[in-house]
Design a protein around this ligand. Sequence first.
Ligand code: AMP
Length: 219
Amino acid sequence: MRMILLGAPGAGKGSVGRPLSSELGIPVISTGDIFRSNIVNKTPLGITAKEYMDKGALVPDELTVSIVEDRLSQQDCSGGFILDGFPRNLFQAGELDRILNGRGTPLDLVLNVHLSDERIIKRLSARMVCSACGESYNRLSKDTSMPGICDSCGGKVSIREDDAPETVKKRLETYYEQTRPLIEFYRTRGILKTIDNDCSIEEGSRRALKAARSIKSEI
Ligand code: AMP
């Protein structure tokens, strides 16, 4: 199963991606996580990406596409993958087609994870992320057992810098301008399914899995 998770920042792509990955046995590739781990390790990529991320803007396409192209050629992606946060605009979508068509392995499913802006702003203002493993927490719905410590790996859990209200506003604008047109792009291709994610994490995962399984039975 080769799939994309599409949706606004904070709609819950990461939360549905992790259970999908373990149920389907395929890796999640999150461009945001790749950039964040490069920022933590202060690599040249991290230093460049941070400039854009802090402004709520997209990291340049050439850089992002080459990272995804490399990652998709790794062995663990041979049985499928879940892309979280890529593509983010029509150019990237075209590049993804080029990469996958060149390998004769087209996309099976684009899962659009939907949540209203009002709920997104509420969720993001309470979101915390583990800097070591990327696990997401939320002060309102899924807090850590010990303050600031990741339940999964013991790493440090903190608020994401780009979840500051002003940056969230900019990220949502970027989403509407550049990413939302992808819904129509993939709808016309007949591979788009949408789930309403205004529900618990468990229910959102169940809806996502149901959508993925309905496609899996066809391929
Ligand atoms: P995310 O964790 O997916 O919300 O991404 C956090 C930030 O990383 C975004 O606001 C962008 O600045 C950057 N980013 C993530 N994915 C992409 C992408 N496909 N293209 C460009 N920038 C990206």
